[in-house]
Write a protein that binds this ligand. Structure first.
Ligand code: GSH
Length: 208
């Protein structure tokens, strides 16, 4: 089987892929990079991801970058883990919507709020419309639960759930009951807990 290698800086967006890999349950290696030492901008790494960003995932000779693309790829590549909604399934449309909603709507909505523009952009110009609508849409989707796709936990929960968990942790997303309950369900997953423990260790190794 082709080897999986995660290029990771701890803690960062690549921590999302670390969690995903724990959910998938296949063996993988981690190459730790220090962002503060600029290792993500070194020529060797730029050959892997010319954006100079983590995460990147190597699977044999295939390189995948972008958190949501990596999570989608892993879920499809290892269907036995039950983390995807396969092509040909009507529910796949909704599943893909959530995978794209993370980087396409939640993340820019949160970043724009944390670092507001000098001149407010018109709602129609912003792919996410406005912050409150974006958050209300996610809150409604996770209200009933347990997951975005109902009973099935999927890669979309890893992507969207990470944005919600990190956003509320850093007080960039206002606390609300739907998010607290959803985050608690996600945090209780054994794979999420294993990833968190490993990530603490990776952070310590990078700092040393
Ligand atoms: N759109 C990218 C964003 C990745 C990203 O911004 N990663 C940050 C860490 S959280 C990074 O590598 N920052 C280092 C830098 O830009 O120099 C994705 O979803 O993977």
């Amino acid at each position: 089987m082709a080897k999986l290698t995660l290029y990771h800086a701890s803690p960062s967006r690549s921590s999302i892929v670390l969690w995903m890999l724990e959910e998938v349950g296949e063996p993988y290696d981690v190459r730790l990079l220090s962002l503060s030492k600029g290792e993500n901008r070194a020529a060797g790494y730029l050959a892997t991801n010319p954006m100079g960003k983590v995460p990147a995932l190597k699977h044999g000779d295939t390189v995948i970058t972008e958190v949501a693309a990596i999570c989608t790829y892993l879920a499809d590549e290892f269907p036995a883990a039950g983390l995807n909604v396969p092509v040909g399934t009507p529910r796949r449309g909704l599943y893909l919507k959530w995978l794209f909603f993370g980087p396409g709507c939640i993340e820019p909505a949160v970043i724009d709020r944390a670092a507001p523009r000098k001149e407010e952009a018109r709602r129609g110009m912003l792919g996410y419309g406005d912050f409150d609508t974006t958050m209300n849409v996610v809150a409604k989707a996770v209200e009933q639960g347990p997951y975005l796709m109902g009973e099935q936990f999927t890669a979309a929960d890893v992507v969207v759930g990470s944005h919600i968990r990190w956003g509320t942790m850093f007080k960039l997303i206002p606390e609300r009951g739907e998010f607290a309950a959803y985050s608690a369900r996600l945090a209780a997953r054994p794979a999420a807990q294993r990833a968190a423990t490993k990530d603490k260790d990776y952070a310590a190794q990078t700092a040393a």
